[in-house]
Design a protein around this ligand. Structure first.
Ligand SMILES: NC(=O)c1ccc[n+]([C@@H]2O[C@H](COP(=O)([O-])OP(=O)(O)OC[C@H]3O[C@@H](n4cnc5c(N)ncnc54)[C@H](OP(=O)(O)O)[C@@H]3O)[C@@H](O)[C@H]2O)c1
Length: 239
């Protein structure tokens, strides 16, 4: 279904992003990896049809770095940061920092690509959110705020871009044993971790569990789906 579709993944060097990148490449897509580290991108070379270096915090470089990006049939925005701190202890600027990397910079990058004609009519855009966007999580005030904001952005972009048949959706994972999982795990004792695992009816997820649903939203099977938040969480939000 994705054969020869040109699909870029921002944050392809991360735990979940690399699973998505490899999955899209295996499905026959022309999968382009976007990341800020040349070294990490090099490690993905065998799973990429192209690569671009982009640091979300250096917007002045985007024009040059993205000028050779071909027009896209699909764009996955999978970058993100997680700051775990009790709200009372959070310094001024914590929320703003997370909102910058998790929402504002990716949104402005997408705006840049739309203006440059790099997103084709009929394309599919998939943001990676989190179940933290629809429920609270102790110590995650900056993260939950940013992931909830992403949903608001997606709803409006879905409406604004529908005229060009560009679809915009979010995939919201539960806890996946990859990437920023290490930081979350570090905040838990053994007992807390064991009860956390038990709270997931299907157990914790793997990167590949997210890649499949993302590929579905990128495909023409999902051609009538836009403005949707697809929760992929092993059932934890219905417990
Ligand atoms: N793991 C989970 O349990 C989980 C659950 C729900 C949602 N998510 C979401 O899934 C996405 C991927 O998370 P992950 O777990 O795979 O974490 P990760 O391995 O830390 O991946 C984060 C990605 O974002 C990139 N990034 C961060 N700051 C950047 C910047 N300034 N410019 C460009 N790229 C930047 C990182 O680049 P580098 O590789 O260069 O650091 C990395 O590729 C995130 O949106 C996260 O919120 C994760």
């Amino acid at each position: 279904m994705l054969k020869d579709k040109v699909i870029a993944t921002l944050g392809a060097t991360g735990g979940i992003g690399s699973a998505i990148q490899k999955h899209l490449h295996r499905q026959g897509a022309k999968a382009i990896a976007i990341g800020r580290s040349a070294q990490k991108l090099e490690a993905l070379k065998a799973h990429s049809s192209g690569q671009c270096i982009v640091d979300l915090l250096k917007p002045a470089d985007w024009e040059v770095n993205l000028k050779d990006l071909p027009p896209l049939d699909g764009f996955v925005l999978c970058s993100g940061v997680l700051d775990v701190l009790p709200f009372r202890a959070a310094p001024v600027g914590t929320l703003a920092q997370s909102l910058e990397v998790n929402v504002n910079a990716p949104a402005m990058l997408l705006r840049h690509l739309l203006r440059a004609g790099k997103i084709k009519p009929g394309a599919s855009i998939v943001f990676i959110g989190s179940i933290a966007g629809i429920r609270g999580a102790i110590g995650h005030s900056a993260y939950t705020t940013s992931k909830a904001a992403l949903l608001g952005l997606m709803h409006t972009l879905a409406l604004e871009l529908a005229g060009e048949k560009i679809r915009v959706n979010v995939v919201s994972p539960g806890l996946v044993e990859a990437g920023m999982f290490t930081a979350v795990r570090a905040t838990m004792t053994e007992t807390e971790y064991a009860s956390y695992i038990k709270s997931y009816p299907l157990g914790l997820g793997q990167g590949e569990d997210i890649a499949g649903p993302v590929a579905f939203l990128l495909s023409s099977d999902a051609r009538w789906i836009t403005g949707h938040n697809l929760v992929v969480d092993g059932g934890v939000t219905v417990t």
